[in-house]
Design a protein around this ligand. Structure first.
Ligand SMILES: Nc1ncnc2c1ncn2[C@@H]1O[C@H](COP(=O)(O)OP(=O)(O)OP(=O)(O)O)[C@@H](O)[C@H]1O
Ligand SMILES: [Mg+2]
Length: 639
């Protein structure tokens, strides 16, 4: 591979920091690898004196093998071997390594366990459920029930967990909503009362439908104002109903106008009040969520990715000696996919920085916003680098054919407008004729529901499935799109030059992946689904993981419950609820209850030997026979 002059500059400028902001497939990662290798071979930097950071474990593994392969290719065997143990990892991987070495200084259990994304997600859900149960309590507080009713538990969970995670990604270990100031009334209610009376007088002599409607609203409004005591506020929806417009001439007078103004002002106050009340409640809920989440993690000696970063940040920030030891040990700090950095991660990079940071990224590939990556971090650094003339652009794309780049430039030039930097094609990007022309095709499906409904009206009325039984219940345009795509792929692989393995289907989300899979299978095209949520979250794998987690620690209730509910336990959900209730009322952990129940013979009374609280003994009698058997089998295998 011959590097371009732009790429060469980015590889060779190894004095001082440098930032490369460049589009997809322009060789950013290749340049980073080469820079790493050149620093080792040309400058004599030790392999373990370079810290290379990227944003997923998979990317880190790839980076390691690219560095090793390049060193091998250049005949540097010893260095290639050392690349295995190089500091090439995700940022939390780096933090984890630092914390293992300095656990005591960081004030943590040296045996800490890293909770992966899946596990911390599970704990987060559990923590929220507990927080919500505690928050609602016996359901005596109408305000809390109102919050629950107006947001629903799912949306509340989303809001609370998002706010919490967002706070942590900004470097806040225990994020809280700020204290809000209650809105201070400034006579809005009195003003409304007075305006109502004046308006009633103003329209007293008028008549007509609009006027009598307005009069009735004014009277209800007067009653509402009377009803409200000090400090009470009206319900916004109720208040909104009492508004009327100046449609009739009689309703255009000054007093009516003033009523409308006073109504608006008071309504705004009510809305601010409600927002304030919600804020206070949410603040409370987030606090509880954080406490439960912390205690669930503590029970497992577990640290999630954010914890690793937060603790490492605190350690490096608080200990000047350690900080300089780490920043001195790295001759270079290199960051791939820098656009996906969040402010906390950036803080850690800043702590290590001694004008030796090499960062590459592409703001248009900022895909981890849902993980609170903040593309502003990237932009700020890019602008600073440009000011200091420490930015190196790379503009030529080496990944795609020219025709594909034309299409990308055409489409995204329109989407992004002025800010769009077109991808330039490499000199040989069209030198080989494409096997199928044109290189880019658009298969367009009509997404207008109305037209599909009209087209299939008769069939739907007959209860038929217009796309056949296999697509029953699928949104028509999606079924049509899947079929269209499958037909084209069939043509390309049956009559055309390709094998099914040459085709990749990329989807925005995995939600409807099954529809596309089905359409392909109908044509006999074999499929291989990658992703969804990946290997570790496939149900069987998750079940086995839970089994191992419960074996390692039978007090891990989440894991134990998951195993019991899985085919490995075969216990019904109803029975699980009964077990959990018995455990709670006995003050025992779930595993102890399971063991005790297993020790009680089926149907028989409890032998003297089983000393168990009433609730547990009762449970043994109440469990459906099949569940009793399943629990006994499980306990025998598991013990
Ligand atoms: N100068 C070059 N000559 C030929 N091929 C190149 C050159 N530079 C990069 N490539 C090739 O282009 C492809 C993309 O390179 P690379 O993955 O490094 O790009 P990138 O900018 O990191 O991409 P992304 O934006 O996806 O992170 C690779 O196959 C690489 O080998
Ligand atoms: Mg890359």
């Amino acid at each position: 591979m011959k590097f371009t002059s732009e790429q060469r500059r980015a590889i060779d400028m190894r004095q001082g920091s440098l930032l490369v902001s460049a589009g997809a497939g322009t060789g950013k990662t290749s340049v980073l690898v080469e820079r790493f290798v050149r620093a080792v071979l040309d400058d004599g930097v030790a392999v373990d004196a370079i810290l290379a950071i990227t944003f997923t474990e998979k990317a880190a593994a790839q980076l390691t093998s690219r560095v090793r392969a390049r060193l091998m290719a250049l005949g540097a065997r010893t260095e290639a071997r050392r690349a295995e143990a190089a500091w090439i990892s995700t940022i939390h991987g780096f933090c984890s390594r630092v914390l293992r070495t300095h656990a005591l200084a960081a004030g943590i259990d040296p045996e800490f366990r890293v909770l992966d994304a899946l596990e911390s997600e599970r704990l987060g859900i559990d923590a929220f459920d507990r927080a919500l149960a505690e928050f609602v309590g016996a359901g005596e507080d109408p305000e809390r029930l109102r919050l629950l009713g107006s947001y629903t538990p799912d949306r509340l969970a989303d809001m609370v967990r998002t706010a919490y995670a967002h706070g942590r990604s900004r470097g806040d270990a225990r994020p809280e909503l700020p204290e809000a100031v209650p809105p201070r009334p400034a006579g809005e209610l009195d003003a409304l009362g007075a305006a109502v009376q004046a308006a009633l007088v103003e329209i007293a002599a008028a008549d007509g439908v609009a006027v009598s409607g307005a009069r009735s609203k004014l009277e209800r409004c007067a009653a509402l104002v009377d009803r409200l005591g000090d400090g009470d506020v009206a319900d916004a929806p109720e208040l909104k109903e009492l508004y009327f417009k100046g449609t009739a001439k009689a309703l255009k007078g000054t007093a009516c106008e003033e009523f409308r103004t006073a109504h608006d002002a008071y309504l705004a106050l009510c809305v601010r009040h409600r927002e304030y009340a919600d804020h206070v409640l949410l603040r409370d809920l987030i606090g509880r969520h954080g406490r439960f989440y912390d205690s669930l993690k503590r029970a497992r000696s577990g640290l999630d990715f954010d914890d690793l970063e937060l603790l490492a940040r605190d350690l490096l920030r608080g200990d000047a000696g350690l900080r300089s030891a780490y920043s001195e040990r790295f001759a270079h700090v290199m960051v791939d996919e820098f656009q996906d950095t969040n402010p906390l991660q950036n803080e850690i990079l800043d702590l290590l920085d001694r004008d030796n940071l090499f960062r590459v990224g592409d703001e248009r590939q900022s895909i981890y916003r849902f993980r609170h990556a903040d593309v502003k971090v990237f932009r700020r650094h890019r602008d600073q680098a440009a000011d200091r003339r420490r930015e190196q652009p790379i503009t030529v794309n080496f990944r795609s054919r020219g025709e594909v780049l034309d299409a990308v430039d055409l489409i995204f030039g329109g989407v992004w407008g002025d800010g769009f930097e077109p991808l330039r094609e490499a000199p040989d990007a069209r030198s080989v004729a494409p096997r199928v022309a044109p290189c880019v095709e658009l298969l367009v499906t009509d997404r207008e529901k109305k037209r599909w409904d009209a087209r299939f009206e008769a069939a739907l009325e007959e209860g038929e499935a217009p796309f056949g039984a296999s697509m029953r219940g699928i949104t028509p345009w999606r079924a049509a799109e899947a079929r269209l795509l499958a037909r084209r792929i069939d043509e390309l692989t049956t009559d055309g030059p390709y094998r099914p393995g040459d085709v990749v289907l990329l989807l925005r989300a995995t939600t409807h992946i099954g529809v596309y899979e089905r359409a392909l299978e109908e044509r006999g095209i074999p499929t291989y689904v990658l992703g969804g949520r990946g290997y570790w979250s496939q149900q069987q794998v998750a079940d086995l993981r839970a089994y191992l987690a419960a074996l390692a620690n039978p007090l891990d209730e989440l894991a134990l419950h998951s195993v019991l509910a899985s085919p490995l336990g075969g216990v019904s959900l109803d029975a699980l609820v009964m077990v959990a209730a018995a455990a709670r009322s006995a003050g025992w952990d779930v595993w102890r209850v399971v063991e005790a129940v297993a020790a009680i013979p089926a149907g028989g009374a409890a032998p003297e030997a089983v000393l168990a609280p009433e609730a547990v003994l009762a449970l043994a009698g109440e469990l459906p026979a099949a569940d009793g058997r399943a629990l006994r089998d499980f306990a025998r295998r598991f013990a």
